[in-house]
Design a protein. Structure first.
Lengths: 246, 254
């Protein structure tokens, strides 16, 4: 009860402060628009078919990039985690390339995949690959050796080892990797859309910027943040379920 | 049976890793020279290597590096002071922490770098926008790890402090803060990584500042070899930064 009251009080104070700044005229006109204008822009977004068209474009690009980057990352992680030699040889490069700013590869992706959705998907896939590969490799090394010995004692084939031992034992780290991969692939796709695109939520944000439609930009940013946090929470919840099921 | 002793030989993984990269580059060189790959899309690795001299001498890469480093330093200072202060504030008030910690964790999952068009409107197309993006994106991990570090202070240390009748302020500065320092540094390091990634990213996107702008300019000039060399330079700078911060973290923890 106290907690909810405090949360409401904090939110209320922030909104009141925002409204006061908007009414004061201290900042440039419309840089801090009134809450009413932002709510109205949010309402417009909700009934705007163009918004859903762009949302589906971004969602499609993120989904495909996650599928491509995630699956390549899982395979690479399995190889690196499964072989000590490969892990020691190549994992340091992935470890150190992981935190580099991926957006600088965008000109290269444009050269390779064109200015359409291909380059955005590639950006998302590159961003997603590194966390998925590193977490899968770490997860692979943490599998209980007893499980692996049990599988071998039953003379399980490689495919059976992967599907019956490795994958079930690694559901949690893999989902965690996908959660992180999702976060960075959203960033990769959206940033690529802001740089060069004619569709997607990143494009819409830049359109609002170029038209100085500040309430529209705030509304879009709120929707993007809310969606990203929501999907992240859903994958985290799935990861939690996987742990309890193991 | 045979791979285990090989894998334990120190020279082999390094040789295999470097050798693998060298072979990949040689294959790329060969494929481009044989015109299996278009050199208008992928430049010759040898051309990229030769372009390093050009980007250092003609593109003034040192001053661009200093510009990016300056922005990163400003963001790092902001992240360190504000992040640690906010973390300490949340840790000090249990109710406030319970109310806000999940919000901060939510912000850590949000693509905060997408705020850059908004910051362009507020601060203009200048270094302040880049620093503020770096600051905002680096803040959540610094706050969360500060809270975690301060909460993880061993009870026996606190009891010793209380037995000496230390005031709450003395307890914080003499016991909680020093014992939490390694975990706080992990948060600050994570924050700095996010800051650096976003600083270079926004430099590239708004074509302003240091190394990110260099990559963008070379791409717009269609100087492919130099663009690849600039990308390699950014990667090298990032790797050096991360190795240095990892070593510092290990030193602090030890």
């Amino acid at each position: 009860m106290k907690l909810n009251l405090l949360r409401l009080a904090i939110l209320g104070s922030i909104l009141l402060f925002w409204e006061a700044v908007a009414a004061s005229g201290l900042l440039f006109r419309d840089v801090v628009p009134s809450l009413l204008k932002i709510a109205s822009a949010l309402g417009h977004l909700g009934v705007n078919a163009d918004f859903y068209h762009n949302l589906s474009a971004t969602a499609g690009e993120v989904g495909i990039s996650l599928a491509i980057g995630g699956s390549i990352g899982v395979v690479a992680g399995l190889l690196l985690g499964g072989s000590r030699l490969l892990g020691k040889s190549f994992e340091p490069y992935i470890h150190y390339l992981g935190p580099t700013p991926k957006i600088i590869f965008f000109p290269v992706m444009i050269m390779w995949f064109g200015i359409g959705p291909g380059s955005k998907i590639a950006m998302g896939a590159i961003s997603c690959f590194f966390p998925v590969a590193l977490i899968t490799a770490a997860g692979m090394r943490q599998i209980d050796q007893v499980l692996i010995r049990v599988g071998r004692s039953f003379r399980a084939s490689t495919w059976q080892m992967v599907t019956k031992i490795y994958f079930p034992a690694m559901r949690h780290p893999m989902l965690n990797g996908l959660r992180l991969g999702f976060g960075v692939s959203v960033i990769g796709v959206l940033l690529a859309e802001t740089k060069l695109s004619n569709r997607g939520l990143g494009f819409l944000v830049m359109q609002s910027y170029s038209q100085f439609d500040m309430p529209g930009m705030y509304a879009l940013l709120l929707v993007v943040f809310a969606l990203a946090i929501l999907v992240n929470a859903i994958i985290s919840r799935l990861g939690g379920l996987a742990v309890s099921e193991i | 049976m045979t791979t285990r002793p090989l894998a334990e030989a120190k020279w082999l993984p390094a040789t295999l890793g470097l050798g693998g990269i060298a072979v990949a580059l040689l294959l790329a060189e060969l494929a481009i020279r044989m015109e299996w790959l278009s050199r208008f899309i992928v430049p010759l690795p040898s051309d990229v290597l030769m372009s390093f001299e050009r980007i250092i001498l003609e593109e003034d890469v040192l001053s661009r590096f200093l510009a990016t480093a300056g922005e990163a330093l400003a963001a790092a200072l902001l992240v360190s002071f504000v992040g640690v202060a906010l973390g300490a504030l949340l840790h000090g008030n249990r109710l406030l922490r319970r109310a806000c910690e999940s919000w901060v964790a939510g912000l850590a999952a949000a693509p905060l770098v997408l705020l850059y068009p908004l910051f362009l409107v507020i601060f203009g197309r200048n270094a302040l926008t880049i620093v503020m993006i770096g600051f905002v994106s680096g803040l959540p991990p610094a706050i969360l790890k500060t809270v975690e570090g301060l909460s993880g202070t061993r009870k026996v240390l606190l009891d010793v402090g209380r037995s000496f009748s230390l005031s709450p302020s003395q307890l914080f500065w003499k016991i909680r803060f020093p014992s939490a320092l390694p975990v706080i540094f992990v948060g600050v390091r994570l924050g700095l990584m996010f800051s650096l990634i976003n600083i270079v990213g926004v430099e590239f996107l708004i074509n302003f500042g240091g190394l990110g702008q260099l990559v963008n300019e070379l791409a717009e000039r269609y100087d492919l070899a130099a663009m690849y060399a600039a990308i390699c330079f950014v990667i090298l700078v990032s790797i050096c930064f991360f190795i240095a911060s990892e070593k510092l973290e290990r030193w602090l923890v030890s």
